[in-house]
Design a protein around this ligand. Sequence first.
Ligand SMILES: *[C@@H]1O[C@H](CO)[C@@H](O)[C@H](O)[C@H]1NC(C)=O
Ligand SMILES: *[C@@H]1O[C@H](CO)[C@@H](O)[C@H](O)[C@H]1NC(C)=O
Ligand SMILES: *[C@@H]1O[C@H](CO)[C@@H](O)[C@H](O)[C@H]1NC(C)=O
Ligand SMILES: *[C@@H]1O[C@H](CO)[C@@H](O)[C@H](O)[C@H]1NC(C)=O
Ligand SMILES: *[C@@H]1O[C@H](CO)[C@@H](O)[C@H](O)[C@H]1NC(C)=O
Ligand SMILES: *[C@@H]1O[C@H](CO)[C@@H](O)[C@H](O)[C@H]1NC(C)=O
Ligand SMILES: *[C@@H]1O[C@H](CO)[C@@H](O)[C@H](O)[C@H]1NC(C)=O
Ligand SMILES: *[C@@H]1O[C@H](CO)[C@@H](O)[C@H](O)[C@H]1NC(C)=O
Ligand SMILES: *[C@@H]1O[C@H](CO)[C@@H](O)[C@H](O)[C@H]1NC(C)=O
Ligand SMILES: *[C@@H]1O[C@H](CO)[C@@H](O)[C@H](O)[C@H]1NC(C)=O
Ligand SMILES: *[C@@H]1O[C@H](CO)[C@@H](O)[C@H](O)[C@H]1NC(C)=O
Ligand SMILES: *[C@@H]1O[C@H](CO)[C@@H](O)[C@H](O)[C@H]1NC(C)=O
Length: 797
Amino acid sequence: MKPLSIATLCGALLSQLGAANSLVTFPSTEIPLTDFFDNQAASLDGSTGNFDKNGSTFAAQYLPQGPWDYNGITYSLPSTWGQGDDNAIAQGQVVKLLNATYVHELHIVYSGDGTDNEFNGTFYLNYEDNSVKELQFTGKNWWKWPILNWGDIRTPFHYELYGAQKNWNSSQIFQLSLSIPSRAALQSITLPETANTANRLHIFALSMTPSVVPSGQPSGPELSVRSTQFSTRWEDVGSQRAQAVVVTLANLLPGSLATSVNASIDSKYQIEVTGPGVTTVAPGVLYRLMPADQARVDVLVLNNNGTGNATVQIKDSAGNIVGTSDGWPIIPLQENWTPDPNVLTTHETPTWWNQAKYGIFIHWGIYSVPAWGPPQEYAEWYDWYLHNPPNSSNPTWEHHLNTYGPDVVYDDFIANFTASKWDPSAWLDLFDEAGAKYFVIVTKHHDGYGMFDTGNTTHRSSVYLPPKRDFVKELMDTAKAEKPNLHRGTYFSMPEWFNPDFAKYGFGQWPGGLAHNAFNASEVEPYTGILNISDFIEDLQYPQMLSLALDYETEIMWCDIGGPNKTLDFAAQFYNNAMQTGRQVTMNDRCGAVPDFDTPEYATFGSLQTRRWETNEGMDPFSYGLNTATNASEYKNGTTIIQTLVDVVSKNGNYLLDVGPTAEGEIIAPMANNLLDAGKWLKYAGDCVYATDYWYQASQSPSGSVRFLTTPTTFCIVAFNQPNGTLVVDAGGAVLPVSKGDTIVLLGPDTNSTSTTQEGLEWSMDSTGVLTITVPEEQVALVDYAWAFQVTYGGSD
Ligand SMILES: *[C@@H]1O[C@H](CO)[C@@H](O)[C@H](O)[C@H]1NC(C)=O
Ligand SMILES: *[C@@H]1O[C@H](CO)[C@@H](O)[C@H](O)[C@H]1NC(C)=O
Ligand SMILES: *[C@@H]1O[C@H](CO)[C@@H](O)[C@H](O)[C@H]1NC(C)=O
Ligand SMILES: *[C@@H]1O[C@H](CO)[C@@H](O)[C@H](O)[C@H]1NC(C)=O
Ligand SMILES: *[C@@H]1O[C@H](CO)[C@@H](O)[C@H](O)[C@H]1NC(C)=O
Ligand SMILES: *[C@@H]1O[C@H](CO)[C@@H](O)[C@H](O)[C@H]1NC(C)=O
Ligand SMILES: *[C@@H]1O[C@H](CO)[C@@H](O)[C@H](O)[C@H]1NC(C)=O
Ligand SMILES: *[C@@H]1O[C@H](CO)[C@@H](O)[C@H](O)[C@H]1NC(C)=O
Ligand SMILES: *[C@@H]1O[C@H](CO)[C@@H](O)[C@H](O)[C@H]1NC(C)=O
Ligand SMILES: *[C@@H]1O[C@H](CO)[C@@H](O)[C@H](O)[C@H]1NC(C)=O
Ligand SMILES: *[C@@H]1O[C@H](CO)[C@@H](O)[C@H](O)[C@H]1NC(C)=O
Ligand SMILES: *[C@@H]1O[C@H](CO)[C@@H](O)[C@H](O)[C@H]1NC(C)=O
């Protein structure tokens, strides 16, 4: 019986009859794990269990119980937590499937027990034909202080020291799905070895989505709607605001059928969403979907306060309905944001941010005057390092004493922060030529000196102190007038190191309270410009954030550090104001609550992350502010910028690359030139970066020196090593979406995707899916940094 497959030939008949060909529901099957349980993570009062080797546990009362349905996948979680072992610590155990099965996707519920960054591991997939494939995995830890981790299951606190105390940092469990090669049946999965015992991977549940294996030759792709999600993103269509609905489609045929006829989508398919109050105004479009693959498309709908469920309808190139899928809950476009974390947490990064991929970060302030730090210390932290510790073991203290003497305090640098050569137009021209699509300027760092009009919150700002200019306004206004194509963002430090009004909230390296003179501890240093306020959060932090949102119209609120905050109130006003003024805005994960995206710092994720994220780092090997102690030859160059950007984008991230201007306001030539080098590449190969999406199967392919990106009509293979005349792409068991009739070009100065002179390169694919492209050495030689091979699907033009 095959009621679920899609017979393209029958489509016309079915649609004539008005019959709905219902698509197979995206399946999931639990993989029993209880035999491996060797740790108790949760407790009712903290007295039992030990998640982290130190007597800490999740608070059992906040965890979902029993069969847990999340994003359409069912997991088996304990029906009563806190009664015994509830997870397996990954240490190379071999989890056998009951029967060898072709597997489409693996689903994991996990948490790491370290306290800050993510960790990498490798699953090994053991197949019936004795082949073994690696599956890269990047996991996150259960809590992270002071910057937030935001999980799929969130608890408000966790127990410490066997229940002796509670830690009120929100604590997390995560869910992740990974695509699985299906060229053979899978027999078992070897869990990662946790190399670092201070940071162990705990697995609570495993589930899998089996492939659908036809009894004979496939009669069509085995389509299934993986998910349908009404988003908070919108586009103007005429005078109306159309909501984006993300539909993710899977082809559940196994990869072993990659070359079978009728197994793939290989012409234009359209995806529509309808339901009570919901009509499609711009269908999603898809030209290719191979066995074992998935793709997500935006469908634009008018959602007239729709209620109930929506139906997804898939039409082939002839306009016949080839399948429908219903039961997808309709959520109207959110237009009234309230300070409710459950509502705010649905907010998403806007479409423009998702497509922009590349931004420039600017660290410019009083710290640009000394512009100094030893290796592995951020130069913008000068004020902190000057005081910690205040003795000759400290290179910043030594440097300050030798350069300025003991009588100069940090605030004396304010007089020398002149901006005398600052030309905002020149900065913006540079960012644009560099290929960036947005910028984020530091409006106030931890030293508390604002680069904008801080009004009655404090006069510690460039408007009230030298050089008496509103830098943020000048940059925003110039960008609006001259570079409307660049989106405008603002960095903002939530705490301040030495603000006396922050002392009552102080923590860690942000204690608040005046600094003691680094050379004479009996004296306190001035905190120039401070006004008499009663509460740091109410009278300074919150109004400053609101001003950046409402007066300066920031599009990205890029907070730092988190900690005490009024972010829920802020976010509601920020989003409501943006809605009313027709803008789409976003907020990062360092504002203390409800993040849109994660921000690894001087780090990238080792594998694909489906949550939105953005790597940030300096041109300098380890500083955001200008560090004159760094040799300019150490700055990121064209190669490192482009390869990092492509790597990050291929894993669903954005890249925010920082420059540190001088106190006079110049971006020094070695930084500017390297940015421009990268910009030249983006001019011809940008079609393989901007507005691309990650490739679903990328997590299967140990990526070596190539990366993969997709658009509805193209597939990009970006090689980091210069090809010698042939490029051989072994996707490690994944099914490359390349087939007869496709055209492959190397994007170069003479051959970008829209130039008409290009000719396709010769290519071939063998039976194991290895692709070989032949490319003339003259073409290869014209390209620097990375070689972007763009596959255009036959029939897509
Ligand atoms: C255990 O917790 C105590 C108290 O919070 C802390 O001082 C200690 O460093 C922790 N030890 C480990 C190994 O995390
Ligand atoms: C495994 O295969 C056996 C024999 O074909 C079958 O009886 C059993 O139901 C299968 N188990 C599962 C979980 O599919
Ligand atoms: C978060 O964890 C840090 C480090 O253990 C601790 O100092 C802080 O008090 C915690 N925050 C809260 C709100 O409990
Ligand atoms: C949805 O309903 C609200 C409240 O009744 C109304 O203000 C709003 O205009 C409606 N939106 C649409 C798109 O009909
Ligand atoms: C919506 O679909 C779900 C199944 O996904 C079903 O349980 C529910 O009853 C449907 N609701 C309505 C209003 O039809
Ligand atoms: C400020 O600039 C003057 C003139 O260049 C210089 O002599 C002085 O050392 C600088 N002082 C500080 C604190 O930067
Ligand atoms: C600052 O001015 C605003 C608007 O006039 C006012 O609401 C607020 O109370 C003032 N804050 C302080 C600390 O004076
Ligand atoms: C942000 O503020 C909320 C409300 O006061 C608080 O619960 C939360 O812990 C704060 N976030 C951080 C990271 O401290
Ligand atoms: C994980 O791997 C990525 C890429 O190889 C690397 O950039 C990152 O630093 C690694 N993370 C950790 C915690 O080792
Ligand atoms: C670019 O920087 C990388 C990493 O520092 C280095 O290996 C490479 O040689 C540099 N390339 C050029 C052309 O200088
Ligand atoms: C590709 O080249 C054409 C003609 O040279 C140019 O007009 C177009 O802007 C280029 N496209 C990109 C993405 O750079
Ligand atoms: C190019 O390099 C590949 C492997 O790196 C090698 O197999 C092939 O022979 C080389 N081709 C030429 C034309 O040098």
